[in-house]
Design a protein around this ligand. Structure first.
Ligand code: AMP
Ligand code: MG
Length: 353
């Protein structure tokens, strides 16, 4: 089966094609669609068989729950058993947008969608095509990122076709994802809200809105020991096929260390490359992949997953990345980069201590 390809501008959904895609989902099929964060792989969230299909298409472990996407506030009551005041307040600021909130679920939401949990993750995306599709599909789309499990999330329709082109019914190409990193996830099932996954809405902004917020320790831990509360965060993720290491330290130490690692790898006949910011790109020997200006977090975020995929396409075996600042959106960038690297961190400069 080859996926039907539908194409439309991000801000002007085509009613006929949306109706066709909506029908596919209503009838139990799968449609990948653009959102402001990354492309999602959508099925009817209230139909257990559709959710099972999503797991099968992605090769995703079935204990890793899906996010339910809605396109109007009124849709929340049917799937969330209790929505605390704080969540309403946060939603009023950031919905529609790149925010996912976790609530206790109603009986309408099948366990197949929530990975067996009694809670449900809900997002109200701002992307016009996503909203139109959700409405045309019956109001509830379960959608994880539209990549094969473990690969970088898709920020372009071609990424989806590369991974899932022969495993799903249709792909809507609505241009590149604006943000390029998955939504911020906040759990509202405990007394104090808990950040489960950093995203475009930073912990600084959440704290401003909510006052108190805890950060799940699983977010920053390496893959050993602490188990994160968002089940998906425990899996190896976003990984390129090559071996990626993140090099931390003072800029001059990072440059020296990466250059010597590249020299070694080249001597051994390996293909290797550097992942870096624009400002330092000319300091490296060998091939460089530029994520954007160090000071422009949004540019770096939007380029990250596409660049990781490009490294695969180019067959790079060893990748050395600069670390990026970890304030604000930088926390989400470093979270994804370190996961992609399997927490392989090299501390530059320590050899000279
Ligand atoms: P993806 O859509 O691929 O970004 O994956 C969805 C993310 O949401 C995964 O990391 C899940 O673990 C997380 N998630 C979804 N539902 C829940 C839930 N009920 N409780 C905690 N995390 C959730
Ligand atoms: Mg994903």
């Amino acid at each position: 089966m080859k996926a039907l390809l539908l194409r439309m501008p991000p801000d002007n959904p085509d009613p006929e094609q949306i109706e066709e895609a909506g029908r596919i989902i209503r009838e139990g099929g799968l449609v990948a669609f653009p959102t402001e964060t990354v492309y999602g792989l959508g099925g009817n969230a209230l139909d257990p068989a559709s959710s099972k299909k999503i797991y099968a298409a992605k090769g995703r472990p079935s204990d890793n729950p899906l996010i339910v996407h809605i396109a109007e506030w009124e849709a929340l009551d049917r799937i969330a058993a209790e929505v605390p005041q704080k969540a309403l307040m946060l939603g009023r600021i950031y919905w529609p947008g790149p925010l996912t909130m976790i609530f206790s679920k109603t009986e309408e939401v099948p366990y197949e969608t929530t990975g067996g949990l009694d809670t449900v993750a809900v997002r109200f995306p701002s992307h016009k095509v996503a909203q139109a599709l959700i409405r045309a599909s019956g109001g509830y789309i379960a959608a994880p990122s539209a990549n094969l499990s473990g690969r970088p999330s898709p920020t372009k329709a071609v990424h989806v076709i590369e991974d899932l082109g022969d495993r799903i019914d249709a792909v809507i190409d609505g241009g590149d994802a604006d943000i390029g990193l998955e939504s911020t996830i906040v759990d509202f099932t405990e007394d104090v809200p808990v950040l489960l996954r950093p995203g475009y809405i930073s912990v600084e902004k959440l704290r401003e809105a909510l006052g108190e917020i805890r950060v799940d320790p699983g977010i920053i831990a390496d893959n050993s020991g602490i188990i994160p509360k968002a089940p998906g965060m425990k899996y190896r993720h976003y990984a390129p096929k090559g071996t990626l290491s993140v090099v931390e330290g003072r800029p001059e130490d990072v440059i020296r260390t990466i250059n010597s690692l590249i020299e070694e790898a080249e001597k051994a006949g390996r293909s290797c490359a550097v992942l870096c910011a624009d400002e330092t790109a000319s300091s490296y020997r060998g091939k460089v992949y530029i994520l954007g200006c160090r000071a422009d977090e949004e540019e770096v975020a939007a380029a990250l997953f596409d660049t990781l995929r490009q490294l695969d396409t180019d067959g790079v075996e060893y990748i050395y990345s600069e670390a990026f600042p970890s304030e604000n959106l930088g926390a989400a960038i470093m979270n994804r980069l370190l996961k992609a690297a399997g927490h392989r961190i090299i501390h530059a400069g320590e050899e000279s201590l």
